[in-house]
Design a protein around this ligand. Sequence first.
Ligand SMILES: Cc1cc2nc3c(=O)[nH]c(=O)nc-3n(C[C@H](O)[C@H](O)[C@H](O)COP(=O)(O)O)c2cc1C
Length: 340
Amino acid sequence: MEEKQSPQLTDQRKKDHLDLALQSRMNALQADERFYYEPLLSGHPSHSNIPETPWDGKVLKNPIWISSMTGGTAEAVVINERLARICKAFGLGMGLGSCRILLDSDQYLSDFKVRKFMGDQPLYANLGIAQVEQILLQEAWDKIERLIERLEADGLIIHVNPLQEWLQPEGDPILHPPLQTIVSTLQNIKAPLIVKEVGQGMGPESLEALLKLPLAAIEFAALGGTNFSTLEMKRRPAGNTGEYDNLSRVGHTAGEMTRFVNEIVSRLGDQVKCGSVIISGGIKDFLDGYYYMQKLRFKSVYGQASGFLQPARKSYDALYDHARGQIDGLQMAYGYLRVR
Ligand SMILES: Cc1cc2nc3c(=O)[nH]c(=O)nc-3n(C[C@H](O)[C@H](O)[C@H](O)COP(=O)(O)O)c2cc1C
């Protein structure tokens, strides 16, 4: 404190203010009009003012989910370990990337086996709807039970990605409506289930059907961030994407899905059986996350995939700083911002 008041520092600060003031003007058009800013109602948060979120018998200390990403490459081991350690450090939850590669072999198990770094935080295995459909057709449900057991996971995420599978050069066919496969999975496995897209989101009929099911959560994986239709088209031979470029623009943003869920939940009342929503897909930062969590009239946390991937590829420290920044920013938002 004394240090902050020293004459030299005060002098430097005043000089900085004179030097920088003219370069630090804000155009009113840049105002973030999603929030009321209420500076009178809180001191600087000195300890967490962020509510904890109960999660299927566990707790998320901060309402942030690391969305499913990787496994099956050399880099994945390091990335997954860093992500898991961050979950433990900050009390977050995490979905693993597709664990398909583990269904019939343990060769890549160590890429995904992160429970020892996670502590008791929620950790979910992940499979695509096409693989779950095959398991259904073979009545091989024990493969899923064993997968969850081997990973010491809490449950399973199913990603429903018909556009990605269709555009992927080596993609798998989806033979039946995913809803049927999801209902059968709920009937045949005991572990909690989360259903997500992979970056196009879902429309109101799909959301309504899912909200009526006893899922642990729906993850939006909305349009507006990482886009796997675009990504798969980039993987096509000779960049032959022309005909299908338009498909990458089809889908629903997190804002639109938030409105859909609010309307559905208020109409369905007790018929809603799903427990939570993970608001994800194009969530840039804690302000986006805070905004949608406040807008959604349903238990929710927010999720990021690429937002965590970039620092996770650099170093644990970079990832730590990213997570710390999200949480400190969220504390300020809870203190001073009300959604309009
Ligand atoms: C490198 C990478 C790999 C991904 N792999 C999977 C996956 O295996 N399974 C899955 O459900 N989603 C996967 N996703 C999709 C993300 O979970 C998420 O839904 C999507 O990236 C949108 O979030 P974002 O905009 O924050 O990146 C992946 C995303 C990235 C960036």
